[in-house]
Design a protein around this ligand. Structure first.
Ligand code: NI
Length: 254
């Protein structure tokens, strides 16, 4: 059974077939899906999916690219407290690829810290988005020794992964690892023990090879298990089993 630990089914690209697609997941070997929120509206939608589908769980929070229209962390807290299938604060973090303005980057760091404080207060793990902001993301992560979580769509170095493992974090990979230029990710996968790796699609983005360019869905998450199995020279079944266990452990799923 596969666990897609990061997929955005709130995205409009699923409007036409969302329910049928989601209902087909268990028969296709995808037994668990976690849908993170990116703002208040998508966090609410993530919660509604978790309440509709047995195999879905939610995370709630503000993505660093979604801070422009106001941030209501009290509402995020209320959602997390009211709904038992909210299992993380996320996705949160820093995105310096899309944000070049120094003041706005500082605001991203402020909101990232506030959401780490919230995760600590609620004893929830975090789902971290780090794009071109490795040093600052790591520094803020290390400020919160009581918070655990996962770095999703990991793009950092093996050295940074080592620091994150020491901080109790998991490392998660998308379809990027199936691309031809994935040399750095392959090095990280070799360096990180299997019991600290997770897999995800980041649907509808990042479709793995040989589906690159199409709308992604959890139906393709097996490609990440197969790729990690090849890199680590172990069976796909083993990768599937252990990455699912890792996700269940981090997100407290029985
Ligand atoms: Ni995402």
């Amino acid at each position: 059974m596969l666990f897609d630990t990061h997929a955005h089914y709130d995205d409009g690209r699923f409007d036409e077939d969302r329910d049928a697609l989601l209902r087909s997941m268990p028969e296709n070997g995808v037994g668990l899906i976690l849908n993170p929120g990116c703002d208040l509206a998508t966090s609410r939608t993530a919660v509604s999916f978790a309440e509709t589908y047995d195999f879905m769980y939610a995370a709630v929070g503000y993505h660093p690219e979604n801070l422009e229209n106001g941030v209501d962390l009290d509402a995020i807290r209320t959602l997390a407290e009211a709904h038992p299938k909210v299992r993380a604060i996320g996705e949160i973090g820093l995105d310096y690829y899309w944000e070049k303005d120094a003041e706005k980057r500082a605001y991203q760091r402020e909101i990232f810290r506030s959401q780490m404080v919230l995760a600590e207060a609620l004893s929830l793990p975090v789902i971290v988005h780090d794009r071109d902001a490795h040093a600052d993301c790591l520094a803020i992560t290390q400020e919160f020794a009581n918070v655990r979580g996962v770095y999703h769509c990991y793009a950092g170095s093996a050295e940074m992964a080592h620091e994150l493992l020491n901080a109790g974090y998991y490392i998660s990979f998308t379809g990027v690892i199936t691309f031809k230029n994935a040399r750095k990710a392959i090095e990280v996968i070799r360096a990180v023990p299997l019991d600290r790796l997770m897999i995800e699609t980041d649907s509808p983005y990042m479709a793995p090879e040989p589906y690159r360019g199409r709308r992604n869905s959890s139906l393709y998450v097996h490609r990440m298990a197969e790729t990690i199995a090849e890199i680590k020279d172990i069976s796909t079944a083993e990768v599937e089993r252990v990455t699912t266990e890792n996700g269940k452990k981090l997100f407290s799923i029985d």
